[in-house]
Design a protein around this ligand. Sequence first.
Ligand SMILES: C[S@@+](CC[C@H](N)C(=O)[O-])C[C@H]1O[C@@H](n2cnc3c(N)ncnc32)[C@H](O)[C@@H]1O
Length: 208
Amino acid sequence: MDGLEKEPAAAQAIFGDHLAAGRAFTEALARHGEELGLIGPLELPRLWTRHILNSALVAPLLRPGRVGDVGSGAGLPGLVLAIMRPDVLFTLIEPMERRVAWLERQAAELQLSNVTVLRARAEESKLFGALDQVTARAVSALRTLIPVTAPLLRPGGELVLMKGAGVDAEISAAQKAIRKYRLHDEEVLVLGEGLVSEVTRVFRATVD
Ligand SMILES: C[S@@+](CC[C@H](N)C(=O)[O-])C[C@H]1O[C@@H](n2cnc3c(N)ncnc32)[C@H](O)[C@@H]1O
């Protein structure tokens, strides 16, 4: 596919047995992502590194159970994680109709029986207290993301929020929300060091 980043060598190590499905999803996103407004025109040359592997690195943090991905958009990280973790049940929560149609079509084409797509904003999803873990990527800063995601967790559930290099400043700005939503054991994990050129940062925290 013209302009698509060559598959990095790390893809095999990260996806393991799921690499064929990871490739199929990456190629579908490369083919249709721009026309559907899912990815910007500059993303193809860094699709694997910046988006696919960045999402895939989160897979080992998930536990068998029910995971919600808030604001799945193109399927990042939700569809990538569903490919890698057939033992986890995913609910992809996304309000935009066109993106929901894409997520449903991809879940069907990839034969992902562990995926449900819910057209809703997280705050209106009626999933309060229902999930074991919640993921999100590129949705909003922690200060506003925590109030949207934490209420979906059952007691003892965990936020697994993908963040950029500014995560420490986001955590400082989110102290009020961290207290209000009774988060504890907050930590920043840096994933993929020595394996990929762009590491993945995750803000992880547990609710009471
Ligand atoms: C910038 S896109 C990122 C999409 C994808 N997570 C990614 O990393 O490419 C943000 C997505 O979050 C969705 N979104 C924004 N607010 C939301 C909310 N309150 N609940 C659920 N989804 C939301 C938007 O519709 C959009 O698809």
